[in-house]
Design a protein around this ligand. Structure first.
Ligand code: SF4
Length: 369
C-alpha cells in the first residue's frame, strides 16, 4: 500500500541539562558537534524527502532552542527547502531557559507558527526531582512576546504523578498553566524507565489510585477552563489540535530525520540510530520493521483509539476496503460501555480512557479472521 507523505519530524538531540526521567534520544549540547550534525541532517533530508508538499513540520528533541541563533538559522535554511502547504503547521520545541526574544523573531522569519514549551511543573521540589529549572517571570514574558509577534499557537507540557507530588501541587501547576495565554496542553504521568537517572534509583511509581485521581482531576480542570480533551493526554482550545501528532494517531505516513528519529513510510517503520558516531558516518538506519496487513490494521486501531473521537468507520473502510465489524466482534465491548459507536465513529468513552490499554487489548483479541 503506497501512501502520500505530508509530514516531517526533525530531531535535534541537544540539551543543556539532562532531566532525571528522560528516556528520549538526547546528548549534552556541545558546540563542536552542531555544524556537523546540521550538515548530516541536510544530507539525510536530501536523500529522503521527495519534494512532497508538507502539511506539518515538527522540530523536536532534545531541546532545539539550545542551539544558538546562528545554528538555528542554519537549521531553518536547510528546512526551507521543504515545500509547505498553505495551511501548514510548523512547530519547534523549546525550553524557557534557552529561549529568547531574538530566537522567537527568528522563528517568525522562518515561518514557524507553533511552539511547544517544556514547563512540566512550577513546584520547586518537583523541579529539583526532575533536574529542571524554570524562571516563571521569563516564561510569561516569552509567551506574551510570542503571542505579540503572531506565534500564538503555543503548547505547554506538564508532568504529573511525580514521587513527591500531591493534589495541591498539581492544582497549582494547573492554575499556572491555565493562566498562560496558550492553546494546547500535553500532560504526562511520570514513567520510571530503565537507563534514566531515576530508573537507577529503585524508586516506586506513585500509587495507581492517586495517579488515576490526578488524571481525572486534570481532565475536569482543563475542561472547566475551556480546553477540549481530544486525545488521552492532550487538550486544546477549539481548533488547535496538534496537526502533526494527529498524523501519528491517524496512522499516516511521515518522514523522520535526525538522531533516533522514526519514520513511517509505505508500511515500514524505520528507526534511526541513537549513536552520534554512526549518524555522522551516515549509517542512519538502526531498524526497519516491515508491517503485514494485520499489523498495519492493529496499529490503526491502537493509535486511533487514543483519540477521543476514536476510529472513523467510513475512513477505515476506505483505507482497507473492509468493514471493521467484519474483522472484529467488538459488540461485547459496546454492550459493556467500554466502547461507544455513534455517528460513524467508534470510540472509548472519556471516563474509560484511563484503562484504554486494557480495552484495546480486548478489542484486538476479538478478531474474527
Ligand atoms: S529537556 Fe527534554 S530531551 Fe532534554 S533531557 Fe529534559 S526531557 Fe530529555
Amino acid at each position: 500500500m503506497k501512501n502520500s507523505i505530508s509530514s516531517l519530524y526533525v530531531h535535534i538531540p541537544f540539551c543543556n541539562k539532562i532531566c532525571s526521567y528522560c528516556d528520549f534520544c538526547k546528548i549534552y549540547y556541545d558546540k563542536k558537534y552542531i555544524d556537523k550534525y546540521l550538515d548530516t541532517l541536510e544530507f539525510e533530508l536530501k536523500n529522503k524527502y521527495k519534494s512532497e508538499i508538507l502539511n506539518t513540520i515538527y522540530i523536536g528533541g532534545g531541546t532545539p532552542s539550545t542551539l544558538s541563533i546562528n545554528e538555528l538559522e542554519k537549521l531553518f535554511i536547510i528546512l526551507s527547502k521543504c515545500k509547505l502547504n498553505k495551511n501548514y503547521e510548523y512547530t519547534i520545541e523549546v525550553n524557557a531557559d534557552s529561549l529568547s526574544y531574538e530566537k522567537l523573531d527568528l522563528f517568525k522569519k522562518y515561518k514557524i507558527n507553533r511552539i511547544s514549551i517544556g514547563i512540566e511543573s512550577i513546584n520547586k521540589d518537583n523541579l529539583l526531582f526532575m533536574n529542571r529549572e524554570l524562571d516563571k517571570e521569563k516564561l510569561i514574558k516569552l509567551i506574551n512576546y510570542s503571542n505579540k509577534i503572531g506565534i500564538s499557537n503555543i503548547n505547554a507540557d506538564l508532568i504529573y504523578a511525580l514521587i513527591c507530588e500531591n493534589m495541591d501541587i498539581l492544582k497549582k501547576d494547573l492554575e499556572f498553566i491555565c493562566s498562560l495565554n496558550i492553546k494546547h496542553i500535553s500532560t504526562y504521568s511520570l514513567e520510571i524507565n530503565k537507563n534514566t537517572i531515576i530508573g537507577n534509583m529503585n524508586l516506586k511509581p506513585i500509587d495507581e489510585d492517586i495517579d488515576y485521581d490526578m488524571y481525572k482531576y486534570i481532565c475536569d480542570y482543563l475542561k472547566n477552563n475551556g480546553f477540549i480533551h481530544y486525545e488521552i493526554s492532550n487538550f486544546c482550545k477549539f481548533g488547535y489540535e496538534s496537526c502533526h501528532n494527529l498524523v501519528y494517531w491517524n496512522n499516516e505516513n511521515y518522514y523522520g530525520i535526525g538522531l533516533g528519529a522514526s519514520s513511517y513510510i509505505n508500511n515500514k517503520r524505520i528507526d534511526n540510530t541513537r549513536s552520534l558516531n554512526k549518524y555522522f558516518n551516515l549509517e542512519f538506519v538502526k531498524n526497519v520493521e516491515i508491517l503485514d496487513k494485520n499489523s498495519i490494521i492493529m496499529y490503526e486501531i491502537m493509535l486511533n483509539l487514543r483519540k477521543c473521537c476514536g476510529i472513523s468507520l467510513d475512513k477505515f473502510y476506505k483505507k482497507y476496503n473492509k468493514q471493521l465489524y467484519d474483522m472484529y466482534d467488538y459488540s461485547d465491548l459496546v454492550n459493556r460501555n467500554l466502547l461507544i459507536e455513534e455517528k460513524g465513529n467508534l470510540y472509548i468513552p472519556e471516563d474509560k480512557l484511563y484503562i484504554q490499554n486494557n480495552i484495546i487489548l480486548m478489542f484486538l483479541n476479538a478478531i474474527k479472521e
